[in-house]
Design a protein around this ligand. Structure first.
Ligand code: BES
Ligand code: ZN
Length: 483
């Protein structure tokens, strides 16, 4: 793997050495020496307009507000809306006219599990395909049913709640066996330590009883006592909406006809139970800083700062945004820089991955690696991966990439990803600053010039040979589909 990564950098260097040699001429701003290299590779004078102004103190305050004061920001909830209001308020202070774009999200199930063991509800995840209950829910004795094989169900499970260990065969078969045995509901507990319950997928089947999962620790707690009772309520939440927040920086300086558009995006929602400091208050905070810094700068391209809702339930906000673009806007679209998880302090996450859906070294990668060269930063890795809002732009034919911090050898994410422990103490202000300077310099360099036909969607450069320096995602790195 180390060899592969070396290749990543070597290849990138070879591919772009030509690019660096191109004299770039004077910019639109008055400083004609702006391209002069400073000793120690601190970037061009244009880069320094970003690096010297990017203020990670401000970014940390945004993270604190979103992750500590508001907390989990699940799509469709009041907390998600409150976060959108906060982002809007900040952008207005920077001088933008801000628009919000509301969209429907799919109905979802919401559930509660109360047991006789504690006053607190247990953290649960609801099976995809679980039944909902009426307002009262189902209640009864918690009856141990081993791994959930047919023979594991004692007679008294009838009308009660079956407690089943995860493993050996599917969630669906366990739920079906419990239903057959007459259980009123199913709790599956994890068979490995975990900070949050697993998500029990019923594989496209519909259960006729409620099915939820809890952590191994909670399962063992339920097992440790006799005569535990539980009540399980699951209801559908309907008619919910989420929203995108959008600030547009119009081109400034030399007038350009039909300016190209650069989309700078970050999702601000989180998964349930997680304050989402890294995922993705971090990206949100950095994009807010970009919007603040770049507002007054001359750029020939239009920059749209988009804070997407409902990413965690399937890229819903970004897909909605892209679906509303006109043909003209699509044709003017040059690139999408998406920031998602850019500030973890996990010591192993020393690389800044540039995730591209098809792995091609597109314009986002090119501009990021050119900025990295100017700033003497060697942390970038080109990687083939979707799973964030850049996918929506890629699907519309727009060069798009997601920036995310990962472990260089295995591409792992921080261990507290999507857990209640994704809190602000897991954020490195230095890495926020580094991401801000690097990605900000790349965006500003890309947006400053609008050269007709050079960057736009209709003229995307697709021809570069990716294979030499693309680090392919190993199958084993993909998220497990463990039963
Ligand atoms: N920030 C995360 C994870 C992520 C992982 C982004 C790798 C980019 C590359 C993102 O918010 C997330 O959790 N994505 C989901 C998929 C999405 C379509 C719901 C995931 O990876 O499980
Ligand atoms: Zn995310």
């Amino acid at each position: 793997m180390t060899k592969k990564i070396t290749l990543v950098f070597l290849g990138a260097l070879m591919a772009f050495s030509g690019l660096f040699a191109v004299p770039q001429g004077a910019g639109v701003v008055s400083d004609s020496t702006a391209y002069a290299e400073a000793p120690g590779k601190s970037g061009s004078a244009f880069d320094r307009r970003i690096t010297e102004r990017f203020d990670s103190d401000r970014a940390m305050n945004h993270i604190s507000h979103l992750a500590e004061e508001i907390g989990p920001r699940v799509a469709g909830t009041d907390e998600e809306r409150e976060s959108a209001d906060y982002i809007q308020g900040e952008l207005e202070q920077y001088g933008y006219e801000v628009s919000t774009q509301e969209f429907d999200i799919a109905d979802r199930l919401e559930g509660h599990l109360q047991t006789s063991l504690s006053d607190d509800e247990l953290a649960i995840r609801i099976g995809t395909g679980s039944a909902s209950t009426d307002g009262e829910g189902v209640s009864g004795q918690v009856v141990h049913a081993g791994l959930g094989y047919e023979d594991d169900f004692p007679a008294d499970v009838e009308g009660n709640i079956a407690l089943i260990e995860r493993g050996e065969f599917s969630f669906w078969e366990k739920a079906a066996n419990a239903t057959e045995a007459g259980a009123a509901g199913v709790i599956i507990y994890d068979n490995a330590e975990g900070l949050v319950p697993p998500t029990p997928s019923l594989g496209g089947n519909e259960a006729s009883i409620p099915v939820v999962a809890v952590t191994q620790a909670d399962g063992e707690m339920l097992l440790s006592e006799d005569d535990v009772t539980a009540s399980l309520r699951i209801s559908a939440v309907t008619d919910q909406t989420s929203q995108n927040v959008i600030a547009v920086k119009e081109p400034k300086g030399k007038p350009v006809e039909d300016p190209e558009i650069v989309y700078v995006t970050a999702h601000y929602d989180s998964v349930p139970y997680s304050p989402g400091a890294s995922d993705n208050a971090s990206g949100t905070s950095v994009v807010l800083e970009f919007a603040r810094i770049m507002e007054a700068y001359p750029t020939e391209k239009e920059i749209r700062f988009i804070f997407a809702g409902a990413e965690e339930i399937g890229l819903v906000g970004s897909r909605y945004y892209v679906s509303q673009l006109s043909d003209d806007e699509i044709n003017r679209s040059a690139a999408n820089f998406n920031l998602d998880m850019v500030g973890t302090n996990w010591e192993n996450a020393t690389s800044l991955y540039v995730n591209v859906v098809d792995g091609a070294p597109n314009q986002v990668w090119q501009s990021a690696s050119a900025a990295a060269e100017r700033l003497d930063n060697d942390t970038l890795v080109l990687f083939e991966r979707g799973a964030s809002d850049h996918v929506a732009f890629y699907e519309a034919g727009i060069d798009a990439a997601n920036f995310i911090r990962r472990e260089p050898e295995t591409a792992s994410l921080e261990p507290w990803y999507h857990t209640p422990f994704d809190t602000i103490d897991k954020i490195s202000q230095d890495r926020i600053q580094e991401a801000g300077e690097l990605i900000g310099s790349a965006i500003y360099d890309f947006a400053r010039k609008d050269i007709p036909g050079q960057n736009g969607n209709k003229n995307r450069a697709k021809s570069m040979n990716t294979k030499d320096y693309l680090l392919n995602e190993d199958e084993s790195l993909r998220e497990g589909t463990r039963q």
